[in-house]
Design a protein around this ligand. Structure first.
Ligand code: DPP
Ligand code: ZN
Length: 871
């Protein structure tokens, strides 16, 4: 397969005005007619190149005449009509087979319904078309189908006409007044019911909001609808952005490759991010719904009104829109907890990506399959880059930049450079050095060195940045790093800051690190302070600094910056566990984690602190996270043993405190979804997860499972039973499955819990569960729940020494690649970190990668992942 280079971009030589689509849906095929008006940009006649994949082309007409065979060349995915006049109308007729489309890309059957996923390159599987984001057109879409089977026919924009087509068939015509690229096209033909609400925009536009779901799910749409309304209001208030049509539709499907898709006025969503009821969805699910509903809505401006020139610019819309949804959630819920969750996620998913064979800058330079670049780097790291603009320019300056960006580019397909230019010009600053964040991959390491001068009362802070070479780039340059820092007295008081002679407002200074190494002098200090570093995670970097345990204890107890406080607890916990890993490896005796114990006791006693923050701080780093932090080879079993030992020790020594907090938080109040309640539940369930390891705690877990009225509490209890192999776990799993058998989303949770049970033998359970009637390799949610969770969240299971986990995963990648290459490629990425393991495991992983690579008919998606991993 060929790779596509960013540097090879050339504009499309034709302008499109109007596209008229006619889609006739039949049981065993669908007929698509596309009429497109072309106008040559140069004014000269020329060749029209179109993308076409898996299309049975019936006819091609140019200005009403059938085009002779010798004027058409078809090569691979490309179809060229030679020598077309400078203005012309091309009509293509094609037959497609959505009913047999298991890749879930283009038009596909999902249960009883048909729907589309066109981003990034799915439209070419529907009709011959210049399927690239910089080609925009106005669409009129007529859908015709059997009325009984497909009572609901939807596309983008407004419904302009409908009627009877005879033979039990009907038709609907939709017109979207906004020019859009083909990836934002959507079509739905199905049997859905809907719930409706309304929103009046700031300028008085009445918008009808609808959520379409399968019959029986209407009682689970309230939160999604409320989130949509909140998102619409928030975007007006915070960004001054108003919705631009009279209609906004969301359709939920249980068969979807991604989370959701922002098609103009017709979002298509994974049911996972729509359906929620307290007894079926956890607090985390609710948060996910709010975030994704917001995300897709925010795309209407950042993505749809201003879109990407080419797919290398994906972060232009995704990084920016993730930043916007993060801010939305932060403004709606607890900002501190939201930040911590996002940062933990970035480190768990993006840092390893950047350290592995798929390392790429947020704006990649080349790809084989663009589907492989919907990554944590493009999305989450991209969002932290946007956040850095925000940190550097402030809210006002950032919003000035956004206004200029829309003023210049509304209705255009642009680049990351255009965004940067708008930010720079609106603020009259030079951001040329900052642009390196778009071009350079890898996670910078900032080493912090401090020198205390007691006589002068000054602290000299030296920051040194270095980005290790990555798989894709050997040489690295210094980046512009906003490095936020605060100082605490030994007693934990925030100190006033004077940096290089200038007094700082507030208790946080943002040091601007632009060179490889820079020093800053803090003056006016009475005693050697405790530095609080990289506050609010002001840049996507790793910080090296030798904290003493006493310093960490001070930060854990007192830091006013929530991220830094949580981070100190994570550092202490990770340091403690990794020390034990080393002790175990040397055959020594494990020691009780005294410093951690004291710090955690202090957190549990701090009744003023937000319970949600305490919960985050008391949560030990995951085994995957610890593996990433480990120097040298990842000691899979050592990490598990050391972490379990630490959990047990903490549970024993903190038992009475944990029980006291648990009891106080378990107030029997019925479920409600508000920040305070979420916070209480999260701390209660963290307490429970420790208590489960004590003799008296098992009873508590069972009691909670039996008496709770919501999925958050129910799942927390079930999880403890299964993960820690407690008495009654098999029965509880069976009861749960019996109760929720008909509920696909709840059964996903049931699969996940079993897939992540630690242990070398879990692979056997997972193989067995693939035979469960509710599992299907064709459904991406099921694949992610069972196989994905096992490979990504269960180190002792996946890395079982006999290699069974690896063999299992490779078998599934190969089988799934024939069904759904996008999802298969995601799974294959679980092998990416093979160089981090011991020789026998490395060899086994490489052998499985090679077995996948040798498979006949491998997709480009999987090919790119495994060939990079083996390279
Ligand atoms: N649907 C995906 C997202 O919203 C791709 N655009 O990020
Ligand atoms: Zn997005």
């Amino acid at each position: 397969p060929q790779s596509v280079q960013r540097a090879d971009y050339t504009p499309y030589p034709w302008r499109l005005d109007q596209v008229e689509l006619h889609v006739g849906v039949h049981d065993d095929h669908t007929l698509v007619q596309a009429a497109i008006d072309f106008e040559s940009v140069s004014g000269e006649p020329g060749d029209i190149a179109l993308d076409a994949v898996d299309l049975e082309i019936i006819a091609i007409e140019l200005d009403g005449e059938v085009v002779a065979e010798d004027r058409i060349t078809r090569e691979g995915e490309r179809l060229v009509i030679h020598d077309a006049p400078a203005r012309c109308r091309v009509v293509t007729k094609q037959r497609i087979h959505p009913e047999a489309n298991t890749a879930l890309e283009g038009l596909y059957g999902a249960g009883r319904h048909f729907l589309t996923q066109c981003e990034p390159e799915g439209f070419r599987k529907i009709a011959c078309f210049p399927d690239r984001p910089d080609v925009m057109a106005r669409y009129t879409v007529t859908i015709e189908a059997n009325r009984e089977r497909f009572p609901v026919l939807l596309s983008n924009g407004n419904l302009v006409a409908e009627g009877d087509a005879g033979n039990g068939r009907h038709w609907c015509r939709w017109e979207d007044p906004f020019p859009k690229p083909s990836y934002l096209f959507a079509l739905v033909a199905g049997d859905f019911v809907f719930t409706e609400d309304h929103f009046t925009t700031c300028s008085g536009r009445e918008v009808t909001l609808r959520i379409y779901v399968e019959d029986g799910n209407l009682d689970r749409c309230d939160y999604a609808m409320a989130s949509l309304i909140n998102a619409m209001r928030w975007d007006e208030e915070r960004f001054g952005l108003e919705y631009d049509l009279d209609i906004y539709n969301i359709v939920a499907t249980s068969e979807f490759n991604m989370g959701a898709m922002e098609n103009k006025s017709l979002n298509i969503f994974n049911t996972r991010y729509v359906l929620a009821r307290p007894d079926t969805a956890t607090d985390i699910d609710y948060q996910g719904i709010e975030g994704v509903i917001g995300h897709e809505y925010f795309h209407n401006w950042t993505g749809n009104r201003v879109t990407c020139r080419d797919w290398f610019q994906l972060t232009l819309k995704e990084g920016l829109t993730v930043f916007r949804d993060e801010e939305f959630s932060a403004d709606m819920q607890s900002r501190a907890v939201k930040r911590i969750q996002d940062i933990r996620d970035l480190r768990l998913r993006q840092f390893p990506e950047d350290a592995g064979p798929m390392s790429h800058p947020i704006r990649p330079d080349h790809y084989v399959e663009i589907n492989n670049f919907y990554t944590a780097t493009v999305y989450q790291k991209g969002a932290t880059v946007i956040r850095m603009y925000h940190t550097l320019l402030g809210e006002e300056g950032f919003q000035e930049g956004m206004r200029l960006y829309f003023e210049r580019h509304d209705g255009q397909a642009v680049t990351c450079d255009d965004f940067l230019a708008a930010m720079a010009d609106a603020n009259d600053v030079d951001l040329s050095a900052f642009s390196r964040w778009y071009a350079q991959s890898g996670t910078p390491v900032v080493t912090v060195d401090t020198t205390w001068d007691a006589a002068a009362g000054t602290l000299r802070v030296t920051l040194e940045q270095q980005t290790p070479a990555t798989h894709d780039q050997a040489d690295k340059q210094p980046l512009v790093i906003p490095f936020a820092i605060g100082l605490l007295s030994r007693a934990g008081e925030p100190l006033a800051l004077t940096v290089d002679g200038e007094a700082v407002d507030g208790d946080t200074a943002v040091l601007l690190l632009e060179k490889a190494r820079q020093s800053y002098e803090f003056s006016g200090l009475a005693e050697a302070p405790v530095p609080s570093l990289l506050r609010d995670f002001s840049a996507p970097v790793k910080v090296r600094y030798d904290y003493t345990e006493a310093e960490l204890a001070t930060l854990i107890a007192h830091d006013s910056d929530h991220f830094a406080r949580w981070e100190a607890a994570q550092r202490l916990a990770a340091g403690t566990i990794l020390d034990q890993v080393a002790v175990l490896a040397a055959g020594g005796e494990l020691n009780p984690p005294r410093a951690l114990d004291t710090a955690f006791a202090g957190l549990l006693d701090d009744s003023d602190a937000d319970p949600a923050l305490v919960a985050e701080a008391l949560t030990l780093p995951t085994e995957e996270g610890l593996g990433e932090m480990m120097e040298g080879q990842v000691d899979v079993d050592g990490i598990h043993a050391a972490r379990q030992f630490t959990r047990r020790s903490l549970a024993q020594s903190l038992g009475p405190r944990l029980r006291e907090r648990y009891t106080a938080l378990d107030d029997g109040a019925s479920y409600n979804y508000g920040s305070d309640s979420i916070a209480r539940r999260s701390l209660k369930n963290v307490c429970l997860s420790y208590l489960a390891l004590t003799d008296r705690g098992v009873g508590l877990v069972h009691r909670q499972l039996e008496h709770c009225d919501n999925m958050t509490d129910s799942l927390a209890a079930l999880r403890s039973l299964v993960i820690d192999d407690l008495p009654g776990a098999p029965e509880a799993l069976a009861d749960f499955a019996e109760r929720w058998d008909a509920d696909a989303l709840v059964m996903d949770k049931w699969f996940v819990i079993q897939a992540i049970r630690p242990g070398h033998d879990t692979v056997g359970t997972v193989r067995d569960l693939m035979g469960h009637p509710r599992f299907s390799l064709r459904n991406p949610n099921k694949v992610r729940a069972l196989i994905g969770a096992f490979a990504m969240l269960n180190p002792t299971g996946f890395h079982a020494p006999d290699g069974e986990g690896y063999r299992f995963l490779a078998d599934q990648v190969i089988a799934l690649d024939r069904i759904n290459p996008q999802v298969a490629a995601r799974l294959a990425g679980s092998f990416n970190r093979w160089p981090r393991y011991d020789a026998p495991r490395r060899e086994r992983m490489k052998a499985e990668l090679a077995r996948i690579a040798d498979t006949d008919g491998l997709s480009n998606d999987v090919y790119e992942i495994v060939s990079n991993a083996l390279d």
